[in-house]
Write a protein of this length. Structure first.
Ligand SMILES: CC(C)(COP(=O)(O)OP(=O)(O)OC[C@H]1O[C@@H](n2cnc3c(N)ncnc32)[C@H](O)[C@@H]1OP(=O)(O)O)[C@@H](O)C(=O)NCCC(=O)NCCS
Length: 191
């Protein structure tokens, strides 16, 4: 357990600042999280009330920070402080040193490479500070933009778990991608 005021370190890229969520992020984030286009391929459903966004930025985030996780991060466009999405890395299986990556970007900001830029910083942080052997990502079949994001980050497609997710009253196929520590080290050296 981390102290109650522990927060994941702020990460910066050419255009973005990734920082911990705070309660005051709820109102601006709700304007994006209420959009069903954003949640078409996500495990979470679009937020119907501002209270759901408060629960995310306050209760869920604090729970994860208490565990010392780099999840969830607010994605902001420097120098604007408002969140335009979220991303994070957490243990999918700590005994096996496997982590999982997740991200979403607000619809007005799609198509600008933001998810990839944020994820790259997060991946570097995760491999350096948590030292997983494997970093995986799960994509609900049909989410081509997300597959592209992962391919551009050198993730490898491993296969599809057919009808493995019961979501919104239907069974979805789930595609699995991963990046191993050794592959990350090679990809980082090439830069
Ligand atoms: C998926 C998502 C994160 C992509 O973020 P982004 O910042 O827009 O990503 P990029 O700008 O790098 O674009 C991704 C790539 O997908 C491509 N793309 C976008 N929409 C596409 C579509 N409908 N079909 C095929 N490719 C598509 C883009 O052309 C781009 O590829 P390119 O760089 O080779 O041209 C964003 O759309 C999003 O937040 N979606 C909703 C939440 C979500 O699905 N999260 C992921 C869950 S696994």
């Amino acid at each position: 357990m981390m102290p109650p005021d522990w927060r994941p370190p702020t990460l910066t890229t050419a255009r973005l600042t990734l920082r911990a969520f705070e309660e005051h992020d709820a109102d601006p984030l709700f304007e994006y999280a209420r959009n069903p286009n954003v949640t078409r391929f996500t495990l979470w459903d679009h937020h119907r009330t501002p209270a759901e966004t408060v629960a995310f930025v306050r209760d869920y985030a604090r729970l994860r920070y208490r565990e010392g996780m780099a999840e969830p991060y607010a994605i902001t466009l420097t120098p604007n402080p408002h969140p335009i999405g979220a991303c994070g890395c957490f243990w999918s299986s700590e005994p096996n040193q496997s982590m999982e990556l997740g991200y979403w970007v607000a619809e007005p900001y799609w198509g600008r490479g933001i998810a990839g830029e944020a994820s790259e910083a997060l991946i570097n942080h995760a491999f350096r500070d948590y030292e997983p052997e494997r970093l995986q990502a799960r994509v609900i079949a049909g989410n081509f933009a997300s597959c592209r994001v992962l391919e551009k980050l050198s993730f490898r497609y491993e296969g599809t778990l057919r009808a493995s997710l019961l979501r919104r009253s239907r069974f979805d196929d789930v595609m699995i991608y991963s990046l191993l520590r050794s592959e990350w080290a090679v990809a980082t050296r090439k830069k």
